[in-house]
Ligand binder design. Sequence first.
Ligand code: AMP
Length: 398
Amino acid sequence: MNKKTIENIELKNKRVIVRVDFNVPLDENQNITDDTRIVESLPTINKIIADGGKAILMSHLGRPKGKVNLKYSLKPAAARLSELINKEVKFAPDCIGDETKKIVNSLQSGDVLLLENLRFYDNEEKNDPEFAKKLSELGDVYVNDAFGSAHRAHASTEGITKYISIAVAGLLMEKELNYLGQAVTNPKRPYCAILGGAKISGKIDVINNLFGKVDTLIIGGGMAFTFYKAKGYEIGSSLLEEEKVELAKEILKKAETSKIKFILPVDVVVANEFKNESPSQVVAVDKMPADKMGLDIGPETIKLFSSEIMKSNTIVWNGPMGVFEFDNFEKGTFAIAEALVDATSKGAITVVGGGDSAAAIAKAGLEKKVSHVSTGGGASLEFLEGKILPGVAALNNK
Ligand code: AMP
């Protein structure tokens, strides 16, 4: 990686302002239902404490739309972090202002402070320079450890770097960039990408970019049905993006002349309706009944996809193969997760994009058995599109 990291700078007695991603899900009583994002940021926070820096953490949570709304307060995250690091975590009820400055200036070496939700100000998402400058005044050095927000040029991810000369990556950010970076720029071949999920629309740029990079491109999930429609197959009431059929035709044409293997499912599990309990059956993709919908890939497809995965040395997976949220239609997605685990144990580099694929592999209980599960859904997709993430570009080069 060509960016400086927290390992390359002096932290002792420094006010280290860190953009973390504590955008954790909360229930109606503001209990954190999944603390993965906080846990993932611990290596960076613990390093700052161990090196005698003062950790000033900032994050967004939810979409408070530029207004103070305590439903989106980060206070529960401070309490959870305190339990995880077994140490007091101070909390500032505002992310800027004189009071916050006072709290920051009272910090001792090794202290940890979490600021209130950045998005209580709409200036954050607008990347307002004045707001970015105010944030910058709270730190001597800046660390970005929020990979999940790095694809957005916001005040806390990009604007702030204009006012602090030392701006480096945290350890989580470094890990994300190393895994995704290797997959994108220097993959061990054969390189296989598996895309799934509901829609082609969010993944067109990824498909196009991967055409030039991968050896094998596998498409599953709901987005496969738009390709079948393009091939003229009956798809019943399966998910369809009518306005993307032409595009799917173009992609299929490109696949015919390209050197890469472009693979679609060969069989599907169809159901009468979009319900877990709906009776289901397996049919070949060109034999779908008009009154049914496809909710998962079938057993022959699982065999086909798994064998391609096992032949590969780098595998990137983004998007479930079916409606994995329904226990009766999770099989295809879980089988792909299992294949990734097998490939990992044989030495392949396996990377799972964030978002739904991360949720799926966690539901399968296999998240620790692949090389890397990204914490950023949108950010990992943009990375695979070949885009430069503004929050990364803004950091100091080595
Ligand atoms: P995305 O956000 O585009 O990655 O889509 C993820 C969603 O796609 C998940 O909630 C899955 O339930 C859904 N999905 C995957 N396969 C299908 C399918 N065959 N029919 C309907 N939804 C699907």
